[in-house]
Design a binder for this molecule. Structure first.
Ligand SMILES: [Zn+2]
Length: 375
């Protein structure tokens, strides 16, 4: 009979194998613990790279306490992570900026508080923040940047405008955002896209080739001179408005609406010859700077009088135009902002919702644009 031969190790070898087994077990256990930690962190919303970095830095407990936090995640992903700014990372709102962590570190170093850092980061792009950091600590941070639409990149212009005009912070921010600290017709914004809330004025210019969306012709019964064009939706609402006015005994008509860049050039020349330079400066916009090129600007007239300003139709329009999506664009009280004297006859289609807001709050389209469109 043959018995199984047992392999008998020598004592020394047995010892080595035990130690080896033990090491393997420890490695395996460590690996499991590591994987469990990674899993917990990724489940909480941290990326795998961030989770690894958290574990290597022995910050798991603190991170678990902080909970899901996008800024913290980015900090641990970044090579710029700075241990002493951990709390700041947890308190600063995430922004999609390439150098977010580097910028936060720099802002802490300058001496800004967490609230101030949040204020700075939310008012500009990555590049704007980088440029802002170069100024060191600024004097009027809260004064400007508690205003929602204030822009980091305009800090110097706000300061200069406030100094020279003696206006308050809010006015300075609004006026600079609108380019009112610059000369008319110079250094303007190029307006490219058509929309019912688009802004065209002495600081926002349309290209020579710009043509509004959906140009159509106004029906004969609403005009004196045939062939006046405008945006189709604006025409629909203008016609509805004229119909309603007529039912109530008011005789409105459309005197002018869309004018191309070239037509505006002709208008400027005609008025210059008729009334001179100062009239043109006050009432007629240079080509590209006229709202008539948008197809949304309308001049209305009264069939009963040539003086629209004194007509009952004007009074009716003042009260009712917003219901049809139109606003009275140039008023005496708006002159500082629009740069245009009162024009009783000129209205702008912006859509019903926006028109109602502008009417109820008695603001210019410029203010609406800065507050809600150009953020
Ligand atoms: Zn007009």
């Amino acid at each position: 009979m043959e018995t199984k031969r047992k392999i008998k190790l020598k004592p020394a070898a047995r010892k080595i194998s035990t130690i080896f087994g033990l090491i393997l077990t420890i490695i395996l256990l460590l690996f499991i613990v590591y994987e469990v930690n990674i899993h917990q962190l990724t489940k909480l919303g941290y990326s795998k790279d961030a989770a690894k970095s958290i574990i290597y830095k022995f910050k798991k407990k603190d991170v678990m306490q902080a909970g899901r936090n996008k800024t913290l995640n980015k900090a641990f992903e970044s090579s710029n992570y700075d241990e002493k700014n951990f709390t700041t990372y947890t308190k600063v709102n995430y922004q999609n900026h390439k150098d977010l962590i580097k910028n936060i570190n720099a802002l802490v170093k300058i001496g800004y508080t967490n609230d101030e850092i949040n204020m700075i980061l939310s008012h500009g792009s990555n590049q704007d923040v980088k440029n802002f950091i170069k100024r060191g600590k600024v004097k009027y941070l809260e004064e400007f940047y508690t205003i929602e639409y204030a822009k980091l990149k305009y800090y110097d212009r706000y300061l200069a405008y406030m100094d020279s005009s003696r206006e308050d912070e809010e006015t300075s921010v609004l006026y600079v955002n609108l380019g009112l600290d610059k000369e008319d017709y110079k250094d303007y914004v190029d307006v490219k896209d058509f929309s019912y809330t688009m802004l065209v004025n002495k600081h926002y210019k349309l290209d020579e080739k710009f043509v509004p969306n959906a140009l159509a012709t106004i029906d004969d019964e609403y005009v004196k001179e045939d062939g006046i064009k405008a945006n189709k939706t604006a025409i629909y609402h203008a016609q509805e408005m004229i119909k309603k006015a007529k039912e109530e005994g008011y005789n409105l008509f459309v005197n002018s609406a869309y004018r191309s860049y070239q037509e505006q050039e002709e208008v400027v020349e005609t008025y210059r010859e008729l009334y001179g330079d100062s009239y043109v400066a006050n009432y007629v916009q240079q080509p590209g700077f006229s709202e008539h090129q948008t197809g949304l600007g309308f001049d209305f007239g009264s069939l009963d009088t040539n003086q629209f300003t004194k007509s009952d139709e004007y009074t009716w329009m003042e009260k009712n135009c917003y219901k049809y999506g139109f606003i009275h664009r140039f008023k005496t009280t708006y002159e500082d902002i629009t740069g245009i004297k009162n024009e009783a006859w000129h209205y702008r289609y912006v859509g019903k919702k926006v028109a109602k807001y502008i009417y109820e709050n008695d603001i210019t389209l410029e203010e609406y644009y800065i507050r809600f469109i150009d953020k």
